[in-house]
Design a protein around this ligand. Structure first.
Ligand SMILES: CC(C)(COP(=O)(O)OP(=O)(O)OC[C@H]1O[C@@H](n2cnc3c(N)ncnc32)[C@H](O)[C@@H]1OP(=O)(O)O)[C@@H](O)C(=O)NCCC(=O)NCCS
Length: 294
């Protein structure tokens, strides 16, 4: 019989859960939790964030539900050890994390599921969750061989921070969580071990930041993958081919670091971006789904 324990002090279980998630990442070839949940684990989440850990009779960790409090929603994710049943342990963890989050004042909950199976969808339906958003992971082999016709320079930490926030938030004004970043969010990402300003490319027009392509290498998977982490063009400069050029420049920077797979995540409803990536040879590798309650 698994024993479930809820904690609001994520740092108290961080070492154990990080080890658990890292082992699953090695097995599955991808990290099963989002960036934000991972940061919460390693740095402690905002008030309202919590973890429910499940242990077996030998006190071994066999599953975790994590809840991360964001601006508009509390994001839940469930990670099970290989072979642990979704329909019993997974459901128990989901129920417990939901109840505890609601008790802590969460009014809107989102359950993110990487590549949901029919069983995930059935459980979501039975527990009153409905599919709300689809996130595509798209990939293409590198190098692209395509010419790059624009100049870029590396991001300058300290000097570019505020301008970057402005351009990012203007470009993503209607895109939920990627809009509304503040300096604290940016600085949190810049403090991560993977952060490399050389792979964070900025394009200027007449001294103004017209767009950027921020890349991230995933050394936690083998072979290493290179992500177009955040890309945007200031709305004043849309439709001039900059998005395509910045994507190619980002992919080139990834390929120069010896990586052979370029990937990115994009909301399935972001038609402009999906078309742009398709045009550049990306194809859908997997689909993640956000379920919301009600
Ligand atoms: C996506 C984005 C970077 C595109 O930048 P852009 O400089 O306007 O795009 P480009 O001029 O290079 O267009 C390249 C191709 O993308 C597609 N595209 C771009 N905007 C489009 C739109 N509004 N509708 C449909 N397709 C579009 C087209 O296929 C276009 O090729 P075409 O002009 O030959 O038809 C820009 O819209 C943006 O910053 N959006 C907000 C941030 C964002 O969504 N980033 C991606 C997150 S994953």
């Amino acid at each position: 019989m698994p024993v479930l324990e809820t904690t609001r002090d994520l740092t108290s279980v961080a070492d154990e859960v990080v080890g658990f998630v890292e082992a699953i990442t090695r097995e599955q070839g991808r990290r099963p939790v989002s960036d934000q949940l991972w940061l919460d684990l390693t740095r402690g989440g905002r008030p309202g964030s919590l973890a429910v850990v499940a242990r077996d009779g030998d006190d071994r960790l066999i599953g975790v539900a994590q809840a991360s409090r964001g601006n508009d929603t509390t994001v839940l994710q469930i990670v099970l050890a290989t072979g642990q049943p979704l329909d019993t342990l997974g459901v128990e963890l989901l129920r417990r994390a939901t109840t505890e989050s609601v008790r802590d004042g969460a009014t809107h909950l989102t359950w993110w599921v990487p590549e949901p199976s029919a069983a995930h969808r059935a459980i979501a339906g039975a527990l009153g969750w409905r599919a709300h958003r689809e996130l595509l992971q798209m990939r293409r082999p590198l190098p692209t061989g395509a010419p790059i016709e624009i100049d870029t320079r590396p991001f300058r930490p300290g000097d570019d921070d505020e301008t970057w926030i402005e351009v990012n938030n203007r470009a993503f004004a209607s895109h939920g969580e990627q809009g509304g970043w503040d300096l604290a969010t940016l600085h949190q990402r810049m403090a991560e071990p993977w952060f490399d300003p050389e792979g964070f490319l900025v394009h200027e027009i007449d001294g103004r930041m017209a767009g950027f392509c921020w890349t991230k290498l995933h050394h936690e998977v083998d072979p290493v993958e290179g992500e177009i982490y955040v890309i945007a063009v200031d709305p004043d400069f849309h439709g001039r081919g900059l998005g395509a050029q910045l994507t190619l420049a980002g992919l080139d920077s990834i390929a120069r670091r010896g990586v052979r797979t370029g990937m990115l995540f994009v909301d399935a409803g972001n038609t402009a971006a999906v078309r742009l990536y398709e045009k550049l040879g990306f194809t859908v590798h997997r689909t993640d789904v956000a379920f919301v309650r009600g």
